[in-house]
Design a protein around this ligand. Structure first.
Ligand SMILES: NC(=O)c1ccc[n+]([C@@H]2O[C@H](COP(=O)([O-])OP(=O)(O)OC[C@H]3O[C@@H](n4cnc5c(N)ncnc54)[C@H](O)[C@@H]3O)[C@@H](O)[C@H]2O)c1
Length: 291
């Protein structure tokens, strides 16, 4: 287990929801945190992080804007004296369907893929050279969706189907109004496996969280901000998920790598052992012995 105190992190999309919970959990561990978001509440988040005794910085802007990404990453690196952790969390949902009009589709593409895929790509490209140059390893966690791995893959079924709130096996994929959202999130697998393999020699781990329904602004918006108590009670809590993130970061360079960590409604949100490596050979992403 590694000590997280005085490590330095960036969390994107941290004004509300999961990102805010991740930023707070990191600060509670003594991690200095830089946050960014399109919402102006992001400045209040930084103030509350600073009250936990860590350095905290905030930028307001769009993660799909390369200038913003450069500003956040270079600004955090300069202020903190380096970087150790990137949590690529900023995400947006919007309905998009196969027969949408082309003009609407282009706007949707820029917004949904721009945030959910391009934003994570840009932050990765900006942070990774810094981690490599520092030579001290690091962690990247990309936030994806359970649509990618619900109940597993054709090769690996969920070991605990009885705990699931849905019929088993629930087909992988979201609804028919999620083609862009799911395409962007599936695209994160390219970064997960490509980055993890490329970064093993540098002791940099890359993992992804495949989120099921977790109480947040986004999830409440699906219910017109009036969810029933029964619905709310069935959702996972961002704080519990943030604790799993802390546990996985604490694993350090001997920990899991190149893994989609799945969080399903109905199943306790706790740190489970690593999955068997399916999409990449285990020795391609094995750490611990890397130098
Ligand atoms: N909550 C869930 O049930 C759930 C399920 C599956 C996946 N996710 C994923 O988890 C992540 C966090 O989602 P959440 O539920 O906390 O959502 P949320 O809407 O509550 O929070 C997302 C945050 O990202 C910010 N954001 C959106 N677009 C941005 C942009 N272009 N640039 C900068 N910031 C931007 C928002 O302003 C917001 O503060 C997202 O990637 C989402 O796709 C969540």
């Amino acid at each position: 287990m590694v000590e997280l105190k005085n490590k330095r992190a960036i969390v994107t999309g941290a004004a509300v929801g999961l990102g805010k919970a991740y930023a707070h959990a990191l600060a509670q561990e003594g991690v200095h945190v830089a946050v960014c978001d399109i919402r102006d509440e992001i400045h209040e988040v930084a103030e509350s992080l600073a009250k936990l005794g860590v350095k905290a910085l905030a930028w307001q802007g769009d993660v799909s804007d390369p200038a913003l990404v450069r500003e956040v990453v270079d600004g955090a690196k300069d202020a903190f004296g380096g970087l150790d952790i990137l949590v690529n969390n900023a995400g947006v949902w919007g309905a998009s369907v196969a027969d949408d009009d082309l003009d609407k589709s282009l706007e949707d593409y820029e917004r949904i893929v721009g945030t959910n895929l391009k934003g994570e790509y840009l932050f990765g490209r900006a942070v990774i050279p810094i981690l490599i140059e520092q030579g001290a390893g690091g962690d990247i966690i990309n936030i994806a969706t359970d649509h990618m791995v619900t109940c597993g893959t054709p090769w690996d079924r969920c070991p605990n189907p009885g705990a699931c709130a849905f019929d088993y096996p629930r087909p992988t994929g979201g609804g028919d109004a999620m083609d862009l959202y799911d395409a962007a999130k599936w695209g994160l697998n390219g970064f997960l496996y490509g980055w993890a393999k490329a970064l093993v020699p540098h002791n940099i781990r890359v993992n992804a969280f495949c989120m099921g329904a977790t109480d947040s602004y986004m999830l409440r918006s699906f219910h017109n901000f009036e969810p029933s108590q029964e619905e709310v009670d069935s959702w996972m809590r961002a704080e519990d998920n943030a604790q799993v993130m802390i546990d996985i970061l604490r694993e350090g360079p001997d920990g899991r790598n190149a893994q989609n960590v799945n969080f399903c409604v109905g199943r306790p949100v706790k740190t489970e052992p690593p999955n068997e490596q399916i999409y990449v050979y285990a020795d391609q992403v094995k750490l611990g012995g890397a130098s």
